[in-house]
Structure formats: C-alpha cells, structure tokens
Design a protein around this ligand. Sequence first.
Ligand code: HEC
Ligand code: HEC
Length: 384
Amino acid sequence: MKRIYVLLAVMVAAVALVGCKKAEDGKTATDNTSAKPAVESTEKAASSDVLAETQDELILEARNNFEPIPLDPKEGFKLLKNNEATDAKYELGKMLYFEPRLSKSQLISCNTCHNLSYGGDDYQSTSTGHGWKKGPRNAPTVLNAVYNSAQFWDGREADLKGQAKGPIQAGVEMAATPEYVIEVLKSIPEYTEYFKAAFPDQADPITFDNVASAIEVFEATLLTPNSRFDKFLRGDSTALNDTEKKGLKAFMDQGCTGCHAGINLTSDGYHQFQVVGTDKEHLLAGDKGRSAVLKEATEEDQFAFKAPTLRNIEYTAPYFHSGIVWDLREAVAVMSSAQLGAELTEEEIDQIVAFLKATTGEMPRMDYPILPPSTIKTPKPTMD
Ligand code: HEC
Ligand code: HEC
C-alpha cells in the first residue's frame, strides 16, 4: 500500500510539472494526457489513476484494504519477470491464446475455457476438455490473473508463463505435447515470421517456452479496470449506491478482507475450505488441494485452496474449486459460516452480493485475431 501511495505522489508531482510546462507553452495547465503512457481508449486517457483527496470515511477505510486496478492495461507488463513485453510478443500471444490448433483435437484453445467474451471463464462446474472429458476442478478466470502471486487453485505454478504450459499438455484439457505444438507452428510459415519478430535474438524461436512467454505477455493485459467499486476507491462517493456501500462495510467488518483484499480481492493465501464445521458436500472427494503439491505438507495444507479473486464474480459462476455452487448468495453464505463462523442475515447477504457485483470492471476489448491458414504439412486433428 505504502509503495502505491509513494508512486501516486510521484505521479501527481510529474503531472503537475508537465502541466506547468504546458502552461508556459501557452496550452492549458490541465492538459496532461501526454504525460501518461499510451492507453487504449480516450475515456480512460481522460480520467486519471490518482486517488482523489476525500473525507468520505468509507472510502478511506476501503483504501486501507483495496486498490483500484490501473486504467492502462499495459501496466500489467510491469508485473512480468524475465519476460520483456513487446508489441510483437503481445500480438503473437494473442493469436496463440485463440489458437485451437495447439490442441490435439484442434478444437480447443485457451479461450474455450477462459472465454474473453464471458468473464475469462467457461461457466462449467469443472472444465470439459479433450474428448469431452471432465477435469477435476472449476476453471478460474484469466482476468487480472497477472496479479496472482501463484497460479492454479493449489498454487503449483509461480507465474502465467509456467501456467500456460500445463493446459496444453493436460489430457483432460488440450491433450497436446510440446513436440506436437512445435510441429503445428513450424508447418505454418507465417508463424515463423511472427516468432522471429517476437524473439528477434533467437536463431530458432519456435519453442514451447516461447509459446508460453508470448501467451503470458498477452494475458498480462487482461485487466478489468474502472469498475464502480474502483471509481469509489478513487474518490467518487456516488459510484456505489447505499446497498452496495452497506455490503462493502459488511465485507470489511465481517473479516472477508482477511482473505479477499488488495488489488485483486485476494490475499493469495491458501485456506482449508471448512475452517469451521464439517460441511463435506462442498469439498471435492479426493481433491487434497495445496497439500498434494507441497513436499512437506502440514495438516493445515490438507484440503486447502487458494483464496480466489472476487472481481467480476457475477460472471464466474459456478463457484469454488469444485464449481458446485451456482448461486452467489449461497457462496457468500457458505463463506461466512465456513471461514468466519458467522451467520449473516438475508439482508447482509444481499448487500454483500450487491457490493461484489459492483466489482465488475471494463472487460478487455480487442480485435479478434485472424490466424494464418494451415498447410498440407500441418498435422490433422485427432479426437482420440
Ligand atoms: C479444458 C479447459 C481449459 C483450457 C483449454 C485451458 N484452461 Fe486454464 N484452467 C482450467 C482449469 C480447470 C484451471 C484450474 C486448474 C487447477 O487449479 O488445478 C485453469 C487454470 C488456469 C489459470 C490459473 C488462474 C488462477 O487464478 O489460478 C490460468 C492463468 C489459465 N488457466 C490460463 C490458461 C491458458 C493460457 C490456456 C491455454 C494455453 C488455458 N488456460 C487453457 C481450464 C482450462
Ligand atoms: C480464511 C480465508 C477466507 C475468508 C475469511 C473468506 N474467504 Fe472467501 N474464499 C476463501 C477460499 C480459500 C476460497 C476458495 C474455496 C475453495 O473453492 O476451496 C474462497 C472462495 C470465495 C468465493 C467463491 C469465489 C469463486 O470464484 O469460486 C466467494 C464468493 C467468497 N469466497 C466470498 C467471501 C465472503 C463474502 C467472505 C466474507 C463473508 C469470505 N469469502 C471470507 C477464503 C476465505
């Protein structure tokens, strides 16, 4: 939090400086748009990322717990490690994200289960992949996933690059192999050009690792800024209605923020699903969660799962790692009894649900990528 405030202070100072300079040039002091990095829409460029000064106590309390998502989607690039973001990598990553030929059936792309027209998710209890097989877990959204300190429900991958290699190879997802992916991509001459542009220093740039790097760069831009909640955080007291404000207050007072706070409404910790009570129906039989991926798991890691983001939650039903709860009201009620041992009133549940719906932000918009055609050398789809 502190770091953000320092950053903001620096930004304000920079904007003020540029403003003065402009004024000297005979332009208005408020014309500061050129001081900001390139952004996608003029509406966004016109507003600013600065937290406005306010006396509103609820806003001030909320700022202690949450941060708005930056308005410029390219801010996501700054979170990448050892993966320099360039336009060429972004464009390639976008194609690969939508590329069904990375799957054995050539029907399934990342976008099949993380549909960018629908909350970055698939609306299934557990995902359906190659051969109509059901995977063991619910697909989390890719939106804002760059903010996760680790990926997957059990946190078994550190970053989006490592993550992207998983589904391509998973038997219940895309069911391909790295060799197959490289064979497909090398059979399509345009891809050789795109990979060369994205990885100019490499002699043989079509590698599985580079596929993952490019996808990671694209995914880093999948942010959903400017939700009404974020406008509220920035200082617009009217951005939330009374019910939503009560919901926000209840969310903080009840202690939901213990696990769902920060920029992405998650603490990124792992928690046993049923801290209180033994309501086993919400556990997935045999899914041991975090404990299965740790070398030395403790009792607390058994059945522990990552606290997920709650942004855009109205899009990402069904809920929990098992995807068995479809109703957001029920998910909120389960959480308060299971995680906090509290019984919320019906009214409080409605208020929290109303607040959570106000976290829906502006979905990333982009041109649908046109993929280069297959050639006679391109492997044919197989369903078995
Ligand atoms: C068949 C459906 C399916 C396909 C295809 C698929 N995913 Fe996933 N994705 C899932 C499921 C299910 C999980 C959760 C698995 C787990 O936690 O064990 C997941 C998890 C993720 C996560 C972690 C998010 C988080 O909050 O932890 C990211 C990021 C992601 N997928 C990106 C991708 C990318 C990139 C591709 C394409 C290369 C892809 N997925 C293809 C179903 C799919
Ligand atoms: C002790 C940590 C903790 C607390 C406190 C907590 N949660 Fe959660 N929350 C989690 C974890 C962990 C999950 C994922 C559980 C799973 O699927 O195994 C989760 C999942 C959720 C989900 C479903 C998200 C999805 O995409 O599937 C909602 C909604 C939710 N929490 C809301 C709340 C609300 C509202 C409160 C306060 C009443 C709250 N949580 C308190 C840890 C917590």
